[in-house]
Design a protein around this ligand. Structure first.
Ligand code: HEC
Length: 139
């Protein structure tokens, strides 16, 4: 009886610590649903955007700046930008997403369509909002 409870405890602890290790695949799965609900209408199914109107997210060079990405999603963005050789001068409103949802949608776009960028964790979101980003204009 005692042994079973100890075993049960061990299994529970190992499950718990597994949960705490960041699971990128699960985050991307959740992020895909957020993308499909909130971003796909402008940035399109393959992240290709609409040239000159909505910039692509696929193979876009700005994905390297993680702090900027967080701000773009939560605070929106406006102003001139050149993405992969095409000029944009539109605006995008910010979205109300939790830290976890923000990390999830960014992990999806940063690791899909041939993109390979850093993993973003929920704990990175608030510090990213405070960090400086070059040429960034919120909505
Ligand atoms: C209504 C259309 C629309 C929707 C919906 C939309 N965007 Fe955008 N997005 C834009 C436009 C327009 C720009 C370019 C703004 C500019 O030219 O200043 C942009 C720019 C971006 C950029 C690049 C900005 C930069 O400065 O590096 C990222 C990243 C981005 N969007 C991500 C997202 C994500 C993630 C979502 C969903 C949560 C989303 N967008 C939803 C229209 C949209």
């Amino acid at each position: 009886m005692k042994l079973t409870s100890i075993l049960f405890l061990l299994v529970a602890i190992s499950l718990l610590s597994f949960d705490q290790a960041f699971d990128l695949k699960a985050s991307m799965e959740r992020g895909k649903s957020i993308y499909e609900a909130q971003c796909i209408t402008c940035h399109m199914a393959e992240g290709e955007g609409i040239p000159g109107v909505f910039p692509p997210l696929a193979k876009a060079e700005y994905l390297a700046d993680k702090n900027r990405l967080v701000k773009v999603v939560l605070q929106g963005v406006r102003g001139e930008m050149n993405i992969n050789g095409t000029d944009y001068n539109g605006e995008m409103t910010g979205f109300s997403l939790s830290d976890q949802e923000t990390a999830d949608v960014l992990n999806y776009i940063c690791n899909t369509w041939g993109n390979k960028a850093a993993t973003i964790k929920p704990a990175d979101i608030q510090p990213a909002l405070k960090a400086a980003s070059k040429n960034y204009q919120p909505y």
